[in-house]
Design a binder for this molecule. Structure first.
Ligand SMILES: Nc1ncnc2c1ncn2[C@@H]1O[C@H](COP(=O)(O)OP(=O)(O)O)[C@@H](O)[C@H]1O
Ligand SMILES: [Mg+2]
Length: 179
């Protein structure tokens, strides 16, 4: 059965993207079928895997979620890139920023990514979602479909202190989504 893990922290530069790609490639080396989803508008995961112009990629998480919002037909494996390290990638780019804004007026707006993941989860053992450093709608979408959330944090005073304060916000939002 597929396990969906969101890698998130409101703070940037704590290792979300690095954790997503290394954990994904490690799981693939153990023979697991892995899909990485780049849910950060900066496209860092996409770029770090060698697709150096994320904004030039035509089919991305944003375009697929956009099609689902418009009730357009989406092929399950459409746009998924097969990487030489043995993982698959649904790329992300700057269009996620626009999508974030347009989601505000959409029905069940926190469940669009879940709709996408339900189409592809049968093909994978693990789906890892690299979230952006914010608790906006795209991150809430990732939380809504995740079985668990991995929160990387630097072992330093301020990042740990910041996490303690935000923990309440994380869990409040997750509880609302899971109920
Ligand atoms: N475990 C680690 N130890 C040391 N440096 C790390 C570790 N994980 C990530 N980094 C470095 O920290 C920086 C930020 O990592 P990144 O994964 O881009 O963070 P985020 O996605 O949270 O913004 C990068 O330069 C990366 O190489
Ligand atoms: Mg990142």
């Amino acid at each position: 059965m597929c396990r969906v893990i969101a890698i998130a922290n409101q703070k940037g530069g704590v290792g979300k993207t690095t954790t997503t790609s290394n954990l994904g490639i490690g799981l693939a080396k153990q023979g697991k079928k892995v899909l990485l989803i780049d849910a950060d508008a900066q496209g860092s995961l996409t770029a770090s895997l060698g697709y150096t112009e994320p904004d030039a990629i035509e089919i991305t998480l944003a375009s697929v979620m956009g099609s689902l919002i418009k009730d357009e037909e989406v092929e399950p494996m459409e746009g998924i890139l097969h990487h030489e390290e043995g993982i698959d990638l649904m790329p992300g780019n700057i269009e996620l920023s626009g999508l974030e804004v347009s989601l505000v007026n959409v029905m069940s707006r926190e469940r669009i990514m879940q709709e996408y993941i339900s189409m592809v989860r049968d093909y994978y053992d693990y789906i890892l979602i690299d979230c952006m450093p914010s608790l906006g709608m795209i991150t809430i979408n990732a939380f809504a479909c995740a079985d668990s959330i991995l929160i990387p944090v630097q072992a330093a005073y301020l990042p740990v202190k910041g996490l303690q304060g935000k923990r309440v916000t994380y869990w409040k939002r997750i509880r609302v989504l899971k109920n």
